[in-house]
Ligand binder design. Sequence first.
Ligand code: NI
Length: 386
Amino acid sequence: MFKLTDEEYNQILAFKRDLHMHPELSRQEFETTRKIKTFLEALPSCKILPVPAPTGVVAVIRGSGEGPEIMLRADIDALPQTEEYESPWKSQTPGVMHACGHDFHTASLLGAALILNRMQLAGRLKGTVDLVFQPAEEGTTGARMLLDAGLFDWIHPQYCFGIHNWPSVESGKIVCNQGPLMSAKRNFDILIHGSGGHGSMPHLNVDPIVCAAAIIQSLQTVVSRNTNPLDSVILSINQIEGGSPMNLVVDKVSMKATVRSLSEAALDRAIARTQAIVENTALAYECRSEIVWKERIPSVFNTPEMTTLARTCAESTGCQVVDAPPSLASEDFALYRAFAPSFFYWVGSRSPEETKTEELHRPRFHTDDTALRYAAELYAASACLG
Ligand code: NI
């Protein structure tokens, strides 16, 4: 396998820093998409496929021999946060920040494209490599967008690989866990319909705010009373909206919530209990309820067979291969597992000199960019299986 040259490393480092300065939110990654295409168009062996999605890039490098088709996926979007970490490449877009390091993933996959392009030109690439730069991972709708755009009509991978930088692990280490790595989840909206009126006449109104308060309190029992303590389940009401500054009872309260678990069975149970509690509590308060369930995202699950393959790839980078505790964060990379055996790596991204971890989605989040090299070589090694 080829290694990233120093010149190539500097090229992807500059690309990453440029993306970091100019982050774009989910489904608005138009400039990011343009920059990725420009980068790939300079590689003679790389062909961009016209998958009809408004943002994101899918490209292919075809080798010259017999070998499997392998998909490598990076995500490209940023978050609505204000960056507080000072650096010469701090975000220049107010209120938007690459706080999850998707700029790191994008640059790493471009680094792999540089390596694989050189291999192809030297006649050393056997199979086919699909490069998927996925939009809108935050909010976990981008994988679905690509699937609906016919991604797997254009490419037919036998394996899929993805990475996430992992700031609680030092750079130079790669996490290759077997089993559930990241959480299954289902987001949902709750609507409580009451009957509004003058606040002086509570007997003539049905107040959805009191009902919403009871629902929020009761939903806490899904984790505390309905979940096996050995399973990890989270149920959070993340937003509540409703009310009036006047002495007025309103008609409606809406909430946004998420329920998630590393265990699909525990998530099934939590969803069923949530449905029952919302419906029946609303009835008890003479309200009408609606739950709008969003697409269920499965857990990121690394099978024993894929873990064996992935460990070999990780070891070939010279990095230390380690285990780490799984995370209740979710990843829509999990949706690709229905189409091909998949593996998800975490690439250590905290500088060994830093003792304090700035976690993902924090305003002072940042990556140790020496790890870009390891991530690029890891992607490339994963593309050269078989
Ligand atoms: Ni992320």
